[in-house]
Design a protein around this ligand. Structure first.
Ligand SMILES: [Zn+2]
Length: 237
């Protein structure tokens, strides 16, 4: 497993990201999400993670046919005849998340230690290049009055990954969702991924991992709690 560095340089033109400070984005007092100096409306955590008009499969197929023509290929050739349908199906599969119900229950035993699900595999699509990035997510929280079904943490990763994404926003959305559903004492989300837009094009740095993190509450303010989070994820490598 990659060691989590204090600073991670993203590909090409992108800004360095503070991997442990949770500086990727912050909420203003008006509930807006500030990302790298931009202000964007905070998405509703109970609705699809970004503005979507629904997946138009026929239109996607026509667009792939047009792309093949633009690439100088014959979409009517025997080899490519089924490609528009296959590509549209592949995008549908990667962009249409499965809804799920968050299951929370009372923390009747007063469990107050870190709950962590580590090495959750995920894949998503980079919104800059429409190329996949994939890796693992470590998701943890410090319980307050309620606990959440453990599988729901993996479901949340899956849900928000099924979108056109940047890893920084994906990390934040998962943390926001847990905050909203559970109102815990703190949340930590660390994601590490290999971006094919870095490995098959551009700098072609095979094996380079991008690490992003968001910490809230006591996981942000108490270094010793955050250290326990990292201890548990390191011990798995
Ligand atoms: Zn990209």
């Amino acid at each position: 497993m990659t060691t989590i560095a204090s600073s991670v340089q993203r590909a090409d033109d992108e800004e360095p990201v503070d991997a442990v400070g949770g500086r990727i984005s912050d909420l203003t007092e008006h509930g807006e999400l500030v990302e790298h100096g931009r202000v964007a409306a905070l998405h509703s955590v109970t609705n699809p993670p970004s503005a979507r008009t629904g997946f138009d499969r026929d239109r996607a197929q026509r667009a792939v046919t047009e792309l093949l023509l633009a690439l100088g290929r014959d979409p009517l050739s025997a080899d490519l005849a089924e490609t528009p349908r296959r590509v549209a199906d592949a995008f549908a599969e990667q962009l249409e998340p499965l809804d799920f119900a968050p299951t929370t229950f009372a923390n009747s035993e007063g469990y107050d230690e870190l709950v962590l699900v580590h090495d959750i595999p995920f894949h998503s699509l980079c919104e800059h290049h429409l190329l996949p990035f994939q890796g693992v997510a470590h998701v943890g929280y410090l319980p307050g009055d309620r606990l959440i079904g453990l599988s729901k943490l993996a479901r949340a990763v899956e849900y928000f990954s099924h979108d056109l994404q940047v890893q920084e926003r994906l990390t934040r959305q998962i943390a926001d969702w847990i905050e909203h559903e559970l109102i815990p004492r703190g949340v930590g989300v660390v994601m590490q991924a290999e971006h094919t837009c870095m490995t098959v094009r551009g700098v072609q740095s095979r094996g380079a991992m991008t690490v992003t993190s968001t910490f809230t509450g006591e996981l942000k303010t108490r270094a010793e709690v955050r250290e326990r989070f990292f201890d548990k994820t390191r011990s798995t490598s």
